[in-house]
Design a protein around this ligand. Structure first.
Ligand SMILES: Cc1cc2nc3c(=O)[nH]c(=O)nc-3n(C[C@H](O)[C@H](O)[C@H](O)COP(=O)(O)OP(=O)(O)OC[C@H]3O[C@@H](n4cnc5c(N)ncnc54)[C@H](O)[C@@H]3O)c2cc1C
Length: 432
């Protein structure tokens, strides 16, 4: 009898943890697991703000799939369509002809993408904050703006370079802004002629609160802390336009800014709509409490791209976060194995425990099981919690080493922005 084939689409939180558990628990010859992802690594997203700030080396927040999933087949490229009807998926490798992948069991976990609004100039000048590439680029960009501002006598150029706008006050936006501001403020002592007052950091948020993940009280406290650091928090405000790097806000204010970071929400990966997966009104894959795709017994989905019923809040769905994604992966892997072995399924159930967020070195905010923490204890909790959650002993150790070295040496202040154009100098030499 042919060995059953399990295809996992997406090697992020859900995909990697599901594959890891299957790899550990499958008996020899029981099934073949293939993981298809755009990248050959899983990104530990909660550490992106610390990677952007240079507290952690960027390579240390990604986990190489080929190393940790050494008993799975890893395919690097884009899955373009998933079909349930004939149990096939279309795959485009980074190079070479497209492939059609046959499967017996399917896991769909391509996560979410930034939810962009039709704001003029946003797509041209904005950047998201979901990937390690974006975190590295932002770090280089912010440090590069300090270089520019310190090297020009032109006040307009300087003002524009030193104006940093973030749109969206969830944990991605708040943590990214707070960590980068902290890093830039610390770096200023090496940039003669520049002071903290020269920099303008603005957080634009459409609702009347920020950081809903830590509850209303802690959200208010966070806004107060950031304002005390000189960060402008514009609640109840929308970004109207960003054409030509000219920021126009809904309250009528206009100014120039070289930096525009968009973190105003996510939406399910559009891949889930490119086949015959059943979707809900928000474009998420419909699944039952056992994480089976609606109407099937061989396909499963979880994470940011799935509408997973939250059994602790009847009628509601689990919010898109890592806390749920990791736990859903465990249930999903167990249920897939149970299906394979003809055993009973188990529903997914987890009560949201709260959240931790870092706001720069030694600063944080947290709300865990109703307990609120502020400042240093929250920051310590953030680091301890995420370190314990970071996959692999190797990465945990490297991150711990990064933090330990950071206690003795200042953060790097070099912008390696030119890395995005590595052939520029060589091409210029060829022309001269
Ligand atoms: C900056 C930031 C900070 C965060 N902090 C926290 C936090 O503190 N706590 C918390 O609980 N959550 C946090 N989150 C949210 C959390 O990271 C996500 O909810 C979680 O990653 C969702 O897991 P997932 O497996 O659904 O998606 P992902 O982990 O995003 O994985 C999706 C994978 O699918 C791959 N993929 C996408 N499209 C395709 C395709 N067409 N073909 C093949 N592969 C594809 C991607 O490359 C990716 O590897 C944070 C997110 C961000 C961006």
């Amino acid at each position: 009898m042919a060995v059953p084939r399990i295809l996992i689409v997406g090697g992020g939180y859900v995909g990697m943890y599901t594959a890891l558990r299957l790899q550990r628990r499958l008996r020899r010859g029981e099934a073949l697991v293939t993981v298809a992802d755009l990248d050959s690594y899983m990104t530990y997203q909660p550490f992106l703000p610390e990677a952007a700030a240079g507290n952690i080396e960027a390579r240390h927040v990604v986990v190489p799939l080929r190393r940790v999933l050494n008993r799975c087949q890893i395919l690097s490229g884009r899955v373009t369509q998933v079909r349930l009807a004939d149990r096939k998926a279309e795959f485009t490798p980074h190079e070479g002809p497209d492939l059609t992948i046959d499967y017996d069991y399917l896991v769909v976990a391509p996560g979410s993408i930034s939810r962009l609004l039709p704001v003029p100039g946003l797509a041209e000048h904005g950047i998201g904050f979901k990937t390690i590439e974006e975190a590295i680029a932002l770090r280089n960009h912010v440090l590069g703006r300090l270089d520019i501002a310190a090297s020009t006598p032109d006040p307009e150029v300087r003002r524009k370079a030193l104006t940093f706008v973030f749109v969206g006050g969830g944990y991605a936006g708040v943590e990214a802004l707070a960590e980068l501001e902290d890093m830039a403020a610390g770096a200023l002592k090496y940039f003669s002629g520049l002071s903290r007052e020269d920099m303008r950091w603005v957080l634009v948020e459409a609702t009347d609160r920020i950081l809903p993940e830590v509850g209303p009280e802690m959200g208010k406290w966070t806004a107060l802390q950031l304002r005390e650091r000189g960060i402008e928090i514009r609640m109840g405000t929308l970004l109207k336009s960003a054409e030509g790097c000219r920021i126009v806000l809904s309250d009528g204010e206009e100014f120039d800014a070289d930096t525009l970071v968009w973190t105003a929400g996510v939406k399910p990966n559009p891949l889930v709509g490119a086949g015959d997966l059943p979707l809900d009104k928000k474009g998420r894959i419909r699944v039952d409490p056992c994480l089976r795709v609606h109407g099937t017994d061989f396909a499963f989905a979880a994470g940011d791209s799935a509408a997973v019923p939250d059994l602790t809040r009847p009628g509601e769905f689990c919010p898109p976060n890592a806390q749920h994604a990791v736990r859903q992966a465990k249930t999903l892997a167990d249920n897939l194995l149970a299906t394979l072995r003809g055993e009973a399924q188990r529903p997914y159930r987890h009560k949201y425990a709260g959240s931790v967020a870092s706001l720069g070195l030694y600063k944080g905010v947290a709300q865990i099981y109703g307990r609120e923490l502020r400042g240093f204890p929250a920051w310590l909790m953030h680091r301890t919690y995420h370190l314990t959650r970071m996959p692999t002993f190797n990465k945990k150790t490297r991150i711990l080493m990064d933090w330990t070295l950071g206690l003795f040496f200042p953060r790097e202040i070099v912008s390696l922005g030119a890395i995005e154009e590595p052939r520029k100098e060589f091409t210029l030499s060829a022309r001269s």
